[in-house]
Design a protein around this ligand. Structure first.
Ligand SMILES: Nc1ncnc2c1ncn2[C@@H]1O[C@H](COP(=O)(O)OP(=O)(O)OP(=O)(O)O)[C@@H](O)[C@H]1O
Length: 696
């Protein structure tokens, strides 16, 4: 049988294309010839009488009537939304204003009713060129007319031109009295496209359910109590913690009105507390930290979120956190208030340091051993905007060369034999968002100097065995008692590293140059130490005080503090010159056993704190065994023979401390060292301790 012709007429070419395409998809083109004419084409492309004309809308009828043959049959197409494009509209939350944009007012209105009758229940505002609209609308939906969308709209969803409704396709078949079989096939195909959409929607619903379950699990894990309430005061989300604190365990609050579901006093709090502010509220004999925030979606207020937690829990958390940081040594204990000193030179130091603290630049602290460089570094950190971040100390004289690299930069799991599982976070990474204190920077080896330079330049590190860089935000404070400029001349310190460090230098004068501070510091330490030992205070006789002022204090404030500690153990009420250790020529072995133990224990602990007591023990042993005066090279070689790898710089530092503690004697002209009597005593004290440990 010869195929009949169906001619679609529309103003727009794209609508004709859409209809013919739809006809192909539905299989209509297997039964009829499908053609299209725009209104303008009718004049030179006339219509043959035996065809059926389908008009895209009744509004074009007056324009085209003249071109239709007299008895021409025509149908006005019923149009519907293209279900394939409906999916995009489902993401728009309910209650949001949406502009429905079309070319004419009536078409905009028509599309609104069409969408509403298809179950898309949004807050539609029809719009057409020349119409008005409210400026707060941010989303527009248009059936293929996006060119008419006002420019202020942020999001446009084009659902495409409207397609032809099933009833019109059936009418086409009915017109030609086509067999019913074909129209059933047509109906089946038409429904298929809708079923496909329904399937898609079902998937979406399942996905949404799954997502909700995920969300609920996550919210349950949050330590805070959570309540999400919509703009109609209905509870939309909550967690175990909230139910527990509100004494509503086992109750289902979801989708219930807040007013009817939660305790009335708490309900009152929710409505009284201002938005977006951390508040402290009292309820149920407890103090809570409470926060209420708006839930804003696509610019519209959809309700509010409440987070609350018992203040006691937060205090405990903060306390635990600080304790952990303290245990790890990541907190700076001292502030500028802990720095005592009235001398003009010391006042100048603190004035400059306070100003410098506020900046983020690298600081270089210069001064003899024991002048308070570490104390000042901590005070600078605590006076800086980074005060709540970590303060990490790295002592280059204390960490052995072999460990230094991995201590500073960390290592990846499996970087070397014996590497910890999960790797190790280095000191630089631990200092992220805080301050790193590079103590004894003058003792650092050449290879580490190179790596430090890179870190300071790039502000990023690479772990040992790692293959990616980790950016770090740190403030650097370095300290040394060495003359770095002299070391540069000798070639033992890199000039470029020095210039990177020497940005804000602060020189702390030695104690002998600020005698006014000796008396003040003496009293500060008497108070502190007597307090700690819970013993009555003591005073200095006039003569002893003079001796203190005359003394040259090679060990500076640390030495002064040690002397007061010693006196606190041995004097009663008044200190006389003969009580002052530095004044006495008596050998330590003449001290009473009790005092000796106290002094040795204090020395032992000071090495332990520095982390190299074991190395000190081996060094003393090597010198002792040699029985003659030995030089540093000999000691280094012997240490290596016993598996200890330390640099010459590190050995020099340790020898200096041993000398200060009078455990070794350095022969004139620095030819070599031997153990002092005190050193021999100290070594046997350490060995006794070791034995006691083994026996227990
Ligand atoms: N101005 C001060 N007021 C009170 N105590 C101080 C002051 N300066 C230093 N101290 C105390 O003196 C001791 C030595 O200080 P610190 O360790 O900071 O010195 P340092 O210069 O870093 O020493 P080193 O170079 O040997 O590492 C510490 O116990 C510290 O508390």
């Amino acid at each position: 049988m010869e195929k009949k012709t169906v001619i679609f007429i529309s103003k727009l070419e794209q609508s004709l294309e859409l209809f013919i395409n739809q006809g192909h998809e539905l299989g209509v083109s297997e039964d009829f010839h499908l053609e299209g004419r725009t209104v303008n084409q009718l004049a030179y492309n006339p219509i043959s009488e035996d065809s059926l004309v389908v008009l895209s809308s009744k509004f074009i009828l007056p324009t085209i009537e003249a071109y239709l043959p007299q008895k021409q049959k025509y149908i006005i197409a019923k149009r519907t939304v293209n279900y394939k494009n409906i999916r995009n509209m489902l993401d728009i939350p309910r209650g949001i204003k949406v502009l429905l944009v079309s070319d004419l007012q009536k078409r905009a209105n028509e599309t609104v009713s069409l969408l509403k009758s298809s179950g898309i229940d949004l807050d539609f505002y029809p719009y057409y060129p020349g119409g008005t609209y409210s400026e707060d609308i941010q989303i527009a939906i248009t059936p293929g007319e996006s060119k008419f969308v006002p420019p202020s709209i942020q999001k446009v969803i084009d659902i495409g031109s409207r397609v032809i409704d099933l009833s019109t396709w059936i009418e086409i078949y009915a017109h030609f009295k086509h067999e019913g079989r074909d129209s059933r096939k047509l109906t089946a195909r038409y429904l298929q496209s809708i079923v496909y959409i329904t399937e898609q929607l079902r998937d979406e619903v399942q996905k949404a359910n799954l997502l909700r379950k995920h969300l609920e699990t996550i919210v349950d894990r949050i330590e805070d109590a959570v309540l999400a309430i919509d703009d109609e005061d209905v509870i939309r989300l909550t967690n175990h913690k909230a139910l527990q604190l509100l004494h509503l365990q086992g109750k289902d609050l979801l989708n219930h009105r807040t007013a009817n579901s939660i305790p009335s006093h708490f309900y009152q709090i929710i409505h009284e507390v201002p938005y977006e502010k951390e508040e402290i509220v009292h309820w149920d004999n407890q103090t809570y930290f409470f926060r209420k925030t708006h839930i804003i979606i696509e610019g519209k207020n959809m309700g509010y979120l409440i987070l609350f937690r018992k203040a006691s829990e937060i205090n405990k958390l903060e306390h635990d956190y600080r304790r952990k940081m303290l245990n790890k040594g990541l907190i700076a204990k001292y502030t500028f208030n802990d720095l005592s000193g009235i001398s003009t030179s010391f006042q100048k130091v603190t004035d400059i340091a306070k100003k410098i603290a506020r900046s983020n630049s690298t600081v270089l602290l210069l001064g003899e051993t024991g002048t308070g460089k570490e104390l000042l570094a901590q005070a600078i950190h605590n006076g800086s905007p980074r005060q709540s971040g970590p303060f990490v100390g790295a002592n280059f004289a204390a960490i052995s060369e072999t460990l230094l690299e991995s201590e500073l930069f960390g290592y990846e799991e499996g970087a070397f034999t014996g590497a910890k599982k999960g790797g190790h976070i280095g000191l630089f990474e631990q200092a992220h968002n805080g301050t790193i204190f590079l103590d004894e920077i003058g003792d650092v080896s050449h290879s580490i100097q190179n790596r430090l330079l890179r870190v300071l330049q790039e502000r990023e590190i690479m772990k040992v065995g790692g293959n990616h860089v980790i950016p770090i935000d740190i403030r650097v404070i370095a300290a040394t008692n060495k003359d770095l400029e002299c070391m540069i001349e000798e070639g033992s310190f890199r000039a470029d590293l020095y210039y990177r460090l020497n940005i804000l230098p602060i020189f702390i004068p030695p104690l002998r140059d600020r005698k006014e501070d000796v008396y003040l510091l003496t009293n500060v330490f008497i108070k502190k130490i007597c307090n700690r030992l819970q013993r009555p205070s003591f005073v200095f006789s006039e003569e002893a005080r003079k001796e203190m002022e005359l003394y040259h204090w090679p060990g500076n404030i640390r030495e002064l503090e040690n002397i007061i500690e010693y006196l606190a153990h041995v004097v009663d009420k008044v200190v006389y010159p003969q009580d002052l250790l530095f004044k006495r020529s008596k050998r330590i072995v003449e001290e009473s056993g009790e005092t000796r133990t106290l002094i040795f224990e204090a020395i032992k602990q000071s090495y332990e704190r520095k982390g190299f007591l074991e190395e000190i023990r081996v060094i003393l042993q090597i010198i002792h065994n040699a029985k003659i005066t030995v030089g540093r090279n000999y000691i280094i070689r012997s240490l290596q023979g016993e598996g200890w790898n330390i640099t010459e710089e590190q050995l020099r530092y340790r020898m200096k401390l041993l000398n200060q503690d009078q455990l070794i004697k350095v022969s004139r002209g620095r030819k070599g060292s031997s153990l002092s009597d005190k050193g021999v005593e100290f070594l046997s004290y350490l060995m006794d301790k070791d034995r006691a440990l083994v026996e227990t």
